[in-house]
Design a protein around this ligand. Structure first.
Ligand code: GLY
Length: 421
């Protein structure tokens, strides 16, 4: 089987790395890819994520059997639909189902209608109605821009003043552009976070083990929110027995509701959860794998990965093809100034040595890394991650730190408590 992965981040490097090890995969192409995906396959640098025609051309030219779409933007833009119309087998939902991530109001209304546990909420189309809702609902409260805001657009407001300011920022100052024309206000839910992923074929699904994303920049869960500074799988909470409730209470009713709405979900459904004394409460849905969670999960993934993805893409998921063993961790190295204003251009030392001197059961996944003459340079906010497998999450994290220790760049930001926090 020949597989094409769409995207250019650490998640896509991790997917390409795992697929390239599958004995049933003859070759992996990543479009457009990054220097790390070129280590494990070939890149199609001209075929960017939202250019459906370029992706179809690459599929035909390279005899690709299966396309796996990594990021949310092309899914929300309908790239999976365009590829399916061209006869391509795709793992990734069409635009109608991708609204689950593209519109937080759509997701909340679908959850409310389907009985999926989620916090009380209000959808507001004007600043005046949003301010009234803040006064009515009180604080702490979460203010969310309705549309895609590149990982930003969500404010956890501890008091009403902060919530009113977040409404102004989204709806009046238009900090997130059209994404903030509508906001969703949601009652704050306390408790530990966990990320759930399910491989879905439109009706059936296979729930994967839990993962935990460490979103705060600094050790001790301090500092601003980021796209994720590290991840472990399984998550510390809940245990695997309780985790099964996510399938029954979250994934199954969501898939049924999408099916009834004529928007069957084919792809990897991601529920961001809080674990409360009553069980899971959904904070948000995403319509793709999480990043950095994917980088930890691929370390534990066993079995016929490509065949499982292909079967789901064809609407014929056969549970049991995929298995997960032990624990995984990923530790992110971020650029100086990240997440506010990452400073790029700095030289990365030790990357070649780190790549050659590989420790067993570890990997380096590149994200914001570029090439300048003979040097590796910082090109994005989250630069790279080291990932590892072990029996337990803290051991996997220790191995990931060991793999990362050879890499250095000026102002490198790394949390020291992944797997222990
Ligand atoms: N782990 C957060 C995200 O992928 O959106």
């Amino acid at each position: 089987m020949r597989v094409l992965v769409v995207g250019r981040g650490g998640r896509e490097h991790a997917l390409a790395w795992r697929l390239a090890q599958d004995p049933e995969v003859e070759g992996v192409v990543t479009a457009p890819g990054n220097p790390g995906t070129a280590w494990v396959g070939e890149n199609e640098p001209e075929a960017t994520e939202e250019d459906a025609q370029a992706l179809v051309d690459a599929v035909r030219r390279r005899g690709v059997d299966l396309v796996v779409i990594g990021p949310e933007a092309p899914l929300v833009a309908g790239v999976a639909d365009r590829l399916r119309e061209a006869g391509v087998t795709v793992l990734g939902p069409g635009a109608a189902a991708a609204r689950l991530e593209g519109s937080k109001a759509f997701a909340k209304e679908l959850m409310a209608g389907a009985g999926v546990p989620t916090a009380p909420f209000a959808v507001c189309d004007s600043p005046a109605s949003a301010h009234r809702a803040v006064d009515r609902m009180g604080a702490p409260i979460v203010v969310k821009a309705d549309g895609l805001a590149a990982g930003k657009g969500v404010t956890v407001a501890m008091d009403r003043a902060e919530a009113h300011a977040a409404v102004e920022e989204a709806m009046v100052e238009r900090r997130f552009g059209a994404a903030g024309e509508r906001v969703v206000l949601e009652r704050f839910v306390p408790g530990p976070e966990a990320s759930a992923f399910a491989l879905c074929d439109g009706e059936a699904f296979e729930l994967w083990p839990s993962a935990r994303d460490h979103k705060r920049l600094e050790t001790g869960d301090l500092g601003p929110n980021t796209g994720g500074m590290g991840a472990v799988t399984p998550a510390p909470v809940p245990d695997s027995e309780a985790w099964r409730r996510v399938g029954e209470e979250v994934i199954a009713p969501t898939l049924r509701a999408l099916g009834r709405a004529g928007a069957p979900f084919v792809g990897i459904l991601y529920a961001g959860l809080k674990w409360t004394p009553d069980g899971p409460v959904v904070l948000e849905f995403n319509v793709r794998l999480g990043d950095p969670e994917a980088q930890a999960l691929v370390m534990t993934m066993r079995g016929a990965v490509a065949r499982a993805f292909d079967a789901a893409a064809r609407g014929r998921l056969a549970p049991g093809r995929l298995a997960f063993a032990g624990a995984g961790a990923a530790v992110v190295a971020a650029a100086p100034g990240y997440p506010g204003a990452p400073r790029t251009g700095g030289r990365i030392e030790g990357l070649d040595a780190a790549e050659r001197g590989a420790l067993p059961d570890t990997a380096l996944f590149l994200a914001g890394v570029g090439r300048k003459a003979d040097d590796w340079v910082v090109e994005g906010g989250r630069v790279l991650a080291a990932a590892a497998w072990a029996e337990r999450p803290w051991e996997a994290a220790a191995r990931a730190y060991a793999r990362l220790s050879a890499v250095r760049f000026e102002g490198m930001q790394v949390r020291s408590d992944i797997g222990r926090a």
